[in-house]
Design a binder for this molecule. Structure first.
Ligand SMILES: *[C@@H]1O[C@H](CO)[C@@H](O)[C@H](O)[C@H]1NC(C)=O
Ligand SMILES: *[C@@H]1O[C@H](CO)[C@@H](O)[C@H](O)[C@H]1NC(C)=O
Ligand SMILES: *[C@@H]1O[C@H](CO)[C@@H](O)[C@H](O)[C@H]1NC(C)=O
Ligand SMILES: *[C@@H]1O[C@H](CO)[C@@H](O)[C@H](O)[C@H]1NC(C)=O
Ligand SMILES: *[C@@H]1O[C@H](CO)[C@@H](O)[C@H](O)[C@H]1NC(C)=O
Ligand SMILES: *[C@@H]1O[C@H](CO)[C@@H](O)[C@H](O)[C@H]1NC(C)=O
Ligand SMILES: *[C@@H]1O[C@H](CO)[C@@H](O)[C@H](O)[C@H]1NC(C)=O
Ligand SMILES: *[C@@H]1O[C@H](CO)[C@@H](O)[C@H](O)[C@H]1NC(C)=O
Ligand SMILES: *[C@@H]1O[C@H](CO)[C@@H](O)[C@H](O)[C@H]1NC(C)=O
Ligand SMILES: *[C@@H]1O[C@H](CO)[C@@H](O)[C@H](O)[C@H]1NC(C)=O
Ligand SMILES: *[C@@H]1O[C@H](CO)[C@@H](O)[C@H](O)[C@H]1NC(C)=O
Ligand SMILES: *[C@@H]1O[C@H](CO)[C@@H](O)[C@H](O)[C@H]1NC(C)=O
Length: 844
């Protein structure tokens, strides 16, 4: 019996196949259609030993060998096709050399390793994507001839490695995407025949161990997407057999050494995210020493490379993939650079300051699949040489200085693209009538001057297979109503229509967007109520409908349906009524902005259920990645979420540090009543704005517990009583406005309070610095003016100055001392006022 057949039948044995067809009713032996289906199935199997001989003709298929039917309905229930020779003795398989069980679910086959250990001749074993968890392990392998082992896409942890290390003849070990962690185990040292070691997407977190550098026969090494750290050692220069080297997406540093030029076999190098800090010409010089024609893939994105790309790039004539994105490269790229690059399929240099200077009639020697020129200077016209590229599926022309219409040829070929980014240019004009976008996954036209209706585009996307996940049309001049045509946009994850001139009601069919995580509609002229159907969009993390003309109540179902919500912004609309207590179900909420509406009633006590505002590290999911808030899409592409907030009186666009922001803004409504003390549980809250309402009562004594507060605005309300002393313990407070209330008494003294401008306190009956009023002079009769403000006592100036100095140094001083604050604060300053490009960067 041939090994292949055994493998096939073994495969069937392990994966017991349950088939249930749903037609027919009374028992008449085998159901005809099922018999036919089985006959068809048989045709696709190799069965040299004729074990399915009984599977013939129109006979009762329930009597066929291995077929199990339901005795009452006649439906085929199971196929039992296990190999009668396989178990429990081993005789038939002593010469089995090749076994591939990839994608077979072995979770129930708890003895799989035992079985494999009884295959003494096995040379190749592939178990890709077979197991969700670990199993009982054998210490010593019996399969001493095993040369190729592939365990990728399982969930093995380090415990299986002891078995692997006993496979002393192993030449190729692949275990991408498992759960290995900690330091890279020394046991690999024993595998002296190893030539291919592929361990990407695990959690190894040591430095690259020194013993690895002694593997001078190693041809492929893939340690990408781990958490390795430290410097790559110069000892690497002894690994001269290397053809494939991938250490991308770790926390590594390296200076590519000159002797690396001796690596004449190098074909593929992936160094994404490795901190090189070298001049690009030096690096290319090294790689061109020995065999520039050999290099096929060179990925050095986000490596802190600088300088200009030398024209001898053309010597790398076999290059298929070149990715130098997100470095500090500058200078000009000309046709000469590309003259010999006839094999190039991927060219990505986005995120540098390069100028592409080629003739409009240029006919490049390559046909690219992926082209990334984001933030290169290309404009002002759309580069017509791009028309020669007929196979492009990924194109990034963001921020390239183009002022032009989107050419018809590009519209016509839209369905060939998967990723198209034309954002941050000056493209103008309208969507054409006909557009097919069947393959598009991500389409970004934001920050342009496009106008007109999007109805044709949305409604003509109603073919069955719309794959689009990210649609960003924000910051243009699009107008008209949003059409009711969202039924087939099943995969849409991010929809940004913000900052346009759209009007009318939101269409009901938006409720079919069940994958939607981020919906931005701010700054348009939308009106009407929020359609109830939107409650079907249960994946929503961010909903920003601010600055429109929506009316009605804030629906109770917002709290019930959007359980993962992080950002809820309905700023500047015409909502009225109460804030529904159901909102409190939004435990992950970080930003709540309902300012500038006609809302009334009190603050629900249950606001303290906003867990993410109670604890900074509250985590409800995996969408927060290295201090940045990404929306993850199925295709693995990320969208950098952003939010506009009014903080300390100015609008700030947050994106990179969005996941650090916690804010509640209820200002400019008709809210009343006291602040529930429960609100002071929100210890992670940074911004609280309750200004311009009818709040009354005392400021809660325990406000000092909200230790993260940086900005508090309670102005223009009817708060009374004294300012609680505990407020002086808010050491991060840098903006405070208590003006125009009925507060009385002395302003508590603290390092900060006295450094605020007097306008923070005016319109009350307060006294003491920074106000000029002497507390002891005040006769606490509410309503009486104390006048005499012109009588300036110089002593007060002295104390104000002192207060200022003390306050100033308490902030700066704490920044000097506390590293974490300094980091956050500087990061924050970095972003203030910066309108961030939606550049998606691999970070950390
Ligand atoms: C069907 O009947 C056969 C023979 O009577 C019996 O052996 C078998 O267990 C029954 N199968 C089921 C699924 O009931
Ligand atoms: C494999 O089967 C187990 C047990 O039935 C199940 O829990 C697991 O989800 C399956 N894995 C895959 C990838 O289908
Ligand atoms: C594993 O066994 C369980 C219980 O017998 C069964 O429900 C499940 O379908 C099996 N899974 C596979 C992948 O065979
Ligand atoms: C190793 O394989 C031989 C047959 O080739 C078998 O007799 C022996 O039991 C196996 N040992 C283990 C530990 O599985
Ligand atoms: C490496 O990972 C292990 C296991 O996950 C962990 O215990 C250890 O603290 C990590 N070490 C470093 C330096 O991150
Ligand atoms: C490696 O080989 C040495 C010597 O043969 C042996 O003592 C050691 O146990 C082996 N290590 C592993 C992890 O298999
Ligand atoms: C390279 O290998 C040689 C001989 O094995 C050794 O002497 C030398 O130290 C190694 N070089 C580096 C940089 O590790
Ligand atoms: C290009 O980059 C280099 C190195 O960073 C710098 O010295 C030089 O001034 C830059 N040139 C231009 C035109 O920006
Ligand atoms: C292109 O290749 C030819 C032949 O290999 C070589 O002579 C020429 O210098 C290369 N051109 C560039 C710009 O590198
Ligand atoms: C949509 O496209 C079809 C052809 O694909 C065309 O006949 C129809 O007019 C288009 N509809 C709209 C609204 O553009
Ligand atoms: C919303 O979901 C409900 C129940 O799942 C369904 O009946 C309704 O048709 C959906 N509405 C929309 C607009 O998809
Ligand atoms: C404030 O009042 C106290 C008590 O009456 C008095 O001693 C002090 O001189 C006054 N200060 C000023 C600046 O008037």
């Amino acid at each position: 019996m041939s090994a292949v057949a055994i493998v096939l039948l073994e495969l069937l044995a392990i994966a017991t196949i349950n088939i249930s067809f749903c037609s027919g009713s009374s028992y008449v032996g085998c159901i005809k259609s099922e018999g036919e289906a089985l006959s068809k199935f048989k045709q696709d199997l190799k069965d040299p030993s004729n074990r399915l001989a009984s599977w013939t003709g129109d006979g009762d298929c329930c009597t066929w060998n291995g077929v199990v039917c339901n005795n009452y309905t006649g439906h085929v229930l199971e196929l039992r096709l296990e190999n009668p020779y396989l178990r429990p003795r081993l005789e038939g398989l002593s010469s089995l050399k090749y076994l591939d069980l990839s994608t077979v679910n072995l979770s129930n086959a708890s003895d799989w390793l035992l079985v494999i250990n009884r295959l003494p001749s096995l040379v190749v074993l592939k178990l890709r994507g077979c197991l969700d968890h670990n199993f009982r392990l054998l210490p010593i392998a019996n399969t001493s001839l095993l040369a190729t082992l592939d365990l990728s896409f399982n969930n093995f942890d380090n415990s299986i490695l002891s078995w692997v290390f006993s496979l002393t003849h192993l030449v190729s070990f692949t275990a991408s995407s498992n759960n290995f962690q900690g330091p890279t185990p020394e046991g690999f040292k024993n595998l002296t025949s190893l030539r291919h070691l592929l361990l990407d997407e695990n959690k190894f977190n040591s430095s690259i161990p020194n013993w690895l550098y002694t593997f001078s026969h190693l041809e492929s090494l893939d340690l990408g997407k781990n958490s390795l750290q430290g410097m790559i050692s110069d000892s690497l220069v002894n690994m001269t057999s290397i053809t494939y080297f991938d250490v991308s997406f770790n926390k590594l540093e390296w200076t590519i050494p000159r002797p690396l030029g001796r690596f004449c076999n190098l074909k593929s190098i992936f160094l994404a995210g490795v901190k090189l800090s070298q001049e690009i010409s030096e690096v290319l010089d090294i790689f061109s020493t020995c065999n520039p024609e050999g290099l096929q893939q060179l990925v050095m994105s986000d490596c802190q490379l600088f300088g200009h790309i030398p024209s001898y790039l053309g010597e790398f004539s076999s290059l298929v993939k070149l990715d130098l994105s997100f470095n500090k490269l500058n200078g000009t790229l000309s046709e000469t650079h590309f003259a010999n690059l006839t094999n190039l399929l991927t060219f990505i240099v986005s995120g540098n300051s390069l100028i592409l200077n080629v003739s409009p009639t240029w006919h490049p020697a390559f046909q690219l699949l992926r082209l990334g020129l984001g933030s290169c200077h290309l404009g002002p016209r759309y580069p017509s040489w791009l028309h020669s590229q007929k196979q492009l599926s990924h194109l990034d022309l963001s921020g390239t200085g183009i002022t032009d219409t989107i050419p018809k040829t590009l519209w016509d070929s839209l369905s060939k693209f998967r990723v198209l980014n034309l954002s941050h240019n000056q493209f103008y004009g309208e969507f054409p009538g006909l557009t097919e976008v069947d393959n598009l996954i991500s389409f970004d036209l934001s920050f342009n001057n496009l106008s007109g209706s999007i109805s044709h585009f949305i409604c003509n996307g109603t073919s069955e297979f719309m794959l689009l996940q990210i649609l960003n049309l924000g910051d243009n001049f699009f107008s008209g109503e949003i059409p009711d045509c969202w039924m087939n946009w099943n995969f849409l994850t991010v929809l940004n229509l913000g900052n346009n001139k759209f009007s009318g009601n939101l269409p009901i069919s938006m409720g079919t967007l069940t994958s939607l995580q981020s919906l931005h509609l701010r700054e348009n002229n939308f009106s009407g109520t929020i359609p109830v159907s939107l409650k079907n969009c249960t994946s929503l993390l961010a909903l920003d409908i601010g600055e429109n003309e929506f009316v009605g109540n804030v629906p109770t179902w917002v709290g019930e349906s959007f359980s993962k919500m992080l950002i809820l912004n309905v700023h500047s609309n015409n909502f009225h009524g109460l804030l529904p207590p159901e909102l409190c179900h939004l435990a992950s909420l970080q930003i709540l902005d309902v300012a500038y509406n006609n809302l009334s009633g009190t603050i629900p006590k249950c606001f303290s259920n906003f867990s993410a505002m109670v604890k900074m590290n509250y985590s409800s999911g995996n969408y927060i990645q290295c201090n940045t808030f990404f929306v993850h899409t199925d295709s693995g592409r990320n969208y950098l979420e952003s939010a506009s907030l009014v903080i300390k009186g100015r609008e700030v666009q947050y994106s990179s540090i969005l996941n650090l922001v916690r804010s509640i803004d209820l200002s400019n409504n008709n809210f009343s009543g006291e602040i529930p003390t429960e609100v002071t549980n929100l210890e992670a809250l940074q911004t609280l704005n309750l200004s311009h309402n009818f709040f009354s009562g005392k400021i809660p004594e325990s406000i000092g517990a909200m230790g993260s507060l940086e900005s508090v605005d309670l102005s223009s309300n009817q708060f009374s009583g004294k300012i609680p002393k505990s407020i002086s313990s808010l050491t991060l407070l840098s903006h405070l406005n208590l003006s125009d209330n009925n507060l009385i008494g002395k302003i508590p003294s603290s390092t900060q309070l006295q450094s605020f401008d007097t306008s923070s306190f005016t319109g009350n009956e307060l006294c003491g610095p920074p106000l000029l009023k002497n507390c002891t002079e005040i006769v606490p009769t509410p309503g009486s003016e104390t006048g005499n403000e012109d009588e300036v006592d110089w002593l007060f100036y002295v104390s104000i100055t002192l207060g200022f100095i003390v306050g100033f140094w308490s902030v700066i001083g704490s920044l000097l001392v506390n590293k974490r604050w300094r980091y956050m604060y500087c990061h924050f300053l970095d972003l203030l006022g910066d309108k961030l490009w939606n550049v998606v960067r691999k970070c950390c």
